[in-house]
Design a protein around this ligand. Structure first.
Ligand code: GLC
Length: 420
């Protein structure tokens, strides 16, 4: 402990009028984008302010891989991790392992979007504190679309055509590495998000509906997946079958794709000084199935939860409140372009100046489509894994979409049993 934090620790003890031991905290968090760098800077401030020490337990870039690890740790009553950064879909499954934050956050929770708070509330218990929200958009190369006289596509079919035309012409002109479209089709949670968008925007439902009905085995869903299968190896590299967010961004940000589907974090990074496409791209809502239909963006987002097994719950709650505070969320959106969960920040002058994309993105977030996590409850992760498995098989050429969805329906019916 350095002198500053020692003094700060003593000050905290003095203010509380009791001897409070500085805590040694650990926070588990995913590694997409610049998350660790940003988090470390904030943690340094928290350490200086409170005298506590915080170490980051670095997780992977895959939400579902991190979920599996968290679940193992929590099932074993692991005391090593105090705070978990959690995906918006996990609340029902991990609710029993986390501390109820209702009481501790009642002074600030009203500042956050009620729908997000609701998504993190299970049987009246606030399982996690909203940290940032997420909804993907279509990133497009303004320069290339202008060069070929194209508008950002409104339907997936239009996207396919524009991507192919520009890819073909640019390649003929010497841009051999250019692809039309990159997205996330690795076998993980991100593929569930992508495929839900293709299917929901084609009127093919939401895998499992809010009332618990399994709706995935239908013609519109099958057709939407078959369309995307036609892109693999044509307008998207074959390797897209192993892409998560960061691999897609890698191709895009080096200037090698006309379009990309990604979350807001890719906006700030795309405009970074080391980006080949700085200032050359725009964002627009994802395409719809057919003209006139609504597009669908999957609702994402990350929250902060305190482990029931932590020996430092009070300090851990203090950390969660600090990271989810208006002040820290403002820094997060200004630096990382991640979307705040605090409504007032959308009208903040500094935020609007730093992130001009915010007005475009707010309606995308407001109409985003949730994954069936509330419907499938404790079985959501199994539902998602079976769904992304069926989609990945189809995209890889193992079975038709119709056959794979029929099989998926049987598996989900079995998993559901007498109810979710
Ligand atoms: C983003 C979203 C998260 C989603 C993940 C899938 O991080 O915020 O909700 O599960 O992407 O890869």
């Amino acid at each position: 402990m350095n002198l500053n934090s020692l003094v700060a620790g003593l000050l905290v003890s003095a203010t509380l009028g009791a001897v409070v031991q500085a805590a040694d905290l650990k926070i588990a968090a995913g590694s997409t984008g610049s998350n660790f760098t940003f988090l470390r800077t904030q943690l340094d401030k928290f350490e200086a302010d409170t005298g506590n020490k915080v170490t980051i337990v670095q997780m992977t870039t895959s939400s579902s891989a991190n979920f599996s690890q968290y679940r193992l740790w929590l099932a074993a009553g692991n005391k090593d991790v105090d705070v978990y950064q959690t995906d918006v879909v996990w609340a029902p499954q991990l609710a029993d392992q986390f501390v109820d934050l209702t009481e501790a956050t009642k002074d600030v929770i009203g500042d956050h979007f009620p729908s997000i708070v609701a998504s993190q509330t299970v049987d009246g218990k606030l399982v996690a504190m909203p940290n940032y929200t997420d909804a993907p958009a279509l990133f497009y190369r303004k320069d290339l679309l202008e060069k070929y006289g194209k508008l950002p596509p409104k339907t997936w079919a239009e996207l396919g055509e524009t991507a192919k035309e520009i890819q073909d012409k640019e390649r003929a002109a010497g841009q051999k590495d250019l692809w039309g479209f990159v997205f996330q089709a690795s076998a993980y949670e991100g593929l569930t998000c992508n495929a839900l968008e293709w299917i929901a925007s084609a009127g093919g439902g939401h895998i499992v509906e809010a009332n618990g009905d399994i709706s995935i085995n239908n013609e519109k869903a099958a057709a939407a997946i078959e369309t995307v299968k036609g892109w693999v190896g044509t307008i998207a590299p074959q390797g897209v079958l192993a892409y998560k967010e960061e691999e897609a961004r890698g191709v895009w940000q080096t200037g090698n794709s006309v379009f990309m589907r990604n979350w807001p974090y890719a906006y700030a990074l795309g405009n970074g000084n080391d980006s080949a496409i700085k200032g050359k791209f725009g964002v627009t809502p994802l395409p719809a199935g057919e003209a006139g239909q609504d597009p669908a963006s999957t609702l994402g987002g990350w929250n902060l939860a305190v482990s029931k097994y932590s020996d430092n719950q009070e300090a851990a709650i203090q950390l969660v409140k600090f990271l989810a505070s208006k002040e820290t969320q403002k820094k997060r959106v200004v630096q990382l372009s991640s979307m705040p969960t605090i409504a007032a920040l959308y009208d903040d002058k500094d935020v609007a100046e730093a992130q001009p994309f915010m007005p475009t993105w707010k309606p995308i977030f407001e109409t985003a489509v949730p994954r069936p996590s509330a419907a499938a409850k404790v079985k959501y992760n199994e539902v998602s894994a079976k769904f992304w498995g069926a989609v990945h098989n189809t995209l890889s050429g193992n079975g038709t979409a119709a056959d794979n969805l029929e099989l998926l329906e049987v598996e989900l019916t079995d998993l559901k049993g007498n109810g979710w």
